[in-house]
Design a protein around this ligand. Structure first.
Ligand SMILES: C[S@@+](CC[C@H](N)C(=O)[O-])C[C@H]1O[C@@H](n2cnc3c(N)ncnc32)[C@H](O)[C@@H]1O
Length: 375
């Protein structure tokens, strides 16, 4: 790539060269996938949240951590880790593309962090088969599924696996056959598909780990824009693998009563149920407290909202669903007011603007009658 085809962009503490987005616009909008090296400024929140998560993770283990980012693109993510996270001793960065490899080398030099980085041109699985590290960050085009097994192998016991997935349509069940093929998941079309899509992704990672006798514990799992992100501790202990298996199961939904549930057990494959999915916690509230304290201004409010939601029960409801049953769609404010009047705790959810979660053990019907209409 010629120098004139590159522009400098600043993200966090990194100043990196990226392909000029104006040159790779489609219909007036920059299209990062058309550029010779991929860089998507809309993923800056993903990277900023990862900086906070990585810092809180390293704080929790004490000492230092080595990171492998085998799908690096421009190198922005790994460079931000080197510049912004205390305790990152080394980042191994890789990419299949010759142009990406050359740009990563330049960007590392530009940011003065080449001495703590290694750059490899090649296939991610091949790179992961040769490294041992504390953190693997998979940020692919689409699905991380093809790389998860190698990532688990590359991690030390207690290491952190970070995954981005942009194939939401598959995970949420809009492409049934692909979900079966790619993730071994039989999805249902449900009003809470955004949450079960994330649970399908984490469930797949858990199953890949189980094959290797490893257990997983999610520290953070969320949705934003066009992607899911999950950061999961991988424990190479058979007892933790057995524990992780207890967090696998299926989900069900009754359209008539709006009842939804998670059924523990794997593999069962009962008709009418979707899965297998992760049925355990998507976030660790204690870890989230620590990660929020490490968050930058750009992502603090979003991480605080995730943290509030981290203690809520699984499977959100939608105001629009209530509307279908009771004949009018209540506002979120009236729902929250009605819940507080009968002493029932509800949470908003980041999964849907009209989504809410309700304290376990409380019947939706009670809440609906408090709003003013019987179920
Ligand atoms: C979504 S981009 C990475 C973005 C980057 N992590 C960031 O935060 O900006 C995915 C990258 O993976 C690379 N890639 C695709 N398949 C690969 C493979 N099998 N092995 C290594 N790199 C691959 C592509 O060249 C591309 O640069």
């Amino acid at each position: 790539m010629n120098v004139e085809e590159l522009v400098e962009t600043v993200e966090g503490k990194a100043r990196i060269l990226v392909p000029n987005p104006i040159k790779y616009a489609v219909g007036g909008r920059p299209e990062p996938a058309k550029a010779p090296v991929f860089f998507n400024p809309l993923m800056s929140n993903n990277r900023s949240i990862s900086v906070a998560v990585l810092q809180a993770f390293i704080d929790s283990i004490g000492g230092e951590a080595t990171v492998c980012e085998p799908l690096s693109g421009s190198g922005v993510r790994g460079i931000r880790y080197l510049l912004e996270v205390d305790g990152v001793s080394k980042v191994v960065m890789g990419d299949l593309s010759r142009e990406a490899h050359a740009l990563i080398v330049r960007n590392l030099e530009r940011n003065g962090v080449s001495d703590r980085a290694e750059v490899v041109r090649g296939d991610a699985n091949e790179l992961l088969s040769r490294v041992k590290c504390d953190v693997v960050d998979l940020d692919p085009f689409g699905s991380p599924a093809p790389f998860i097994s190698s990532a688990v192998r590359a991690l030390h016991d207690g290491g952190l696996l970070c995954l981005t997935a942009t194939d939401l349509g598959v995970l949420e069940g809009r492409h049934y056959n692909k979900a079966v093929r790619r993730y071994g998941v039989f999805p249902l079309r449900v009003p809470f598909s955004r949450e079960v899509g994330l649970r399908a992704l984490i469930g797949f990672a858990a199953r890949e780990a189980l094959v290797l006798d490893a257990g997983v514990t999610p520290l953070i799992g969320y949705h934003e824009r066009h992607y899911y992100r999950a950061c999961i501790v991988v424990s190479k202990d058979r007892a933790d693998a057995v524990e992780a298996l207890r967090n696998m199961g299926f989900y069900g939904y009754d359209q008539r009563t709006l009842k939804r549930w998670l059924a523990r057990g794997y593999p069962i494959g009962a008709p009418g149920l979707g899965g297998p999915v992760w049925i355990g916690r998507l976030m660790d509230p204690e870890f989230m407290d620590a990660a929020v304290r490490r968050a930058g201004d750009d992502v603090r409010a979003f991480m605080e909202s995730l943290n509030k939601e981290s203690v809520a029960p699984p499977l959100y409801f939608r105001l629009s669903e209530l509307g279908r049953v009771i004949g009018f769609t209540p506002s979120m404010d009236s729902l929250i007011e009605a819940a507080s009047s009968i002493g029932v705790r509800v949470w908003r959810t980041h999964f849907a603007v009209d989504g809410f979660k309700i304290e376990e053990g409380h019947k939706l019907a009670k809440l609906i009658s408090a709003i003013g209409s019987p179920l």
